[in-house]
Write a protein that binds this ligand. Structure first.
Ligand code: HEM
Length: 149
């Protein structure tokens, strides 16, 4: 199924928030950020200039780490709203507008990002149910990127 069921959402919420239950989430988030950013730019090096404002030239910099933490913190907020579709949709609509205003961000980038998140979480989360994540991330990623060129 491609629909994020209540049970799928429960699984994703639990598997993601396990990071925060450890009590030492910051290094885990930074490690995930690093793997995700490198994975994304390995596949799509031409997207690097889109992130020059956040100092992608030095991916260990405070600016780039802070940017990646904003993205993962936002993803956390979205995941935690999977049971509240109206709130989730309004958050996604806001993110869709922000991303649409960034020249050069394309729908295809979100397909790459989806695959990189999937393989990263599959390897690094303590528990990862691929079907639940696939079903629920579809709505999140499509909600941000559905109207992009
Ligand atoms: C789950 C997926 C994503 C989430 C939750 C997300 C979230 C965010 C957030 C919170 C910001 C900062 C907005 C601000 O405060 O100014 C941002 C900026 C940005 N995002 Fe995303 N994003 C996602 C995927 C992507 C993808 C796949 C791309 C691909 C090109 C992308 C490109 C950008 C760019 C270029 C910026 C602006 C960086 C800057 O500040 O100069 N995002 N995103």
């Amino acid at each position: 199924s491609e629909h994020c069921s209540y049970e799928d959402a429960d699984i994703v919420i639990k598997e993601w928030n396990h990071i925060f239950a450890t009590g030492n989430s910051a290094p885990v988030l930074l490690h995930l950020s690093d793997i995700i950013a490198n994975g994304f730019f390995d596949v799509e090096p031409t997207a690097r200039p889109l992130f020059s404002r956040v100092n992608v030239a030095d991916m260990q910099s405070g600016e780039f780490n802070a940017f990646m933490l904003r993205v993962l913190t936002t993803l956390t907020e979205l995941i935690n709203k999977l049971h509240s579709p109206e709130v989730l949709d309004s958050m996604l609509e806001h993110l869709a507008k922000q991303h649409a205003a960034m020249h050069g961000v394309k729908h295809e980038h979100f397909h790459i990002f989806r695959d990189v998140l999937g393989s990263t979480f599959n390897q690094l989360l303590d528990e990862y149910n691929p079907d639940a994540w696939k079903n629920c991330m579809f709505g999140i990623l499509f909600g941000i990127s559905g109207n992009l060129p």
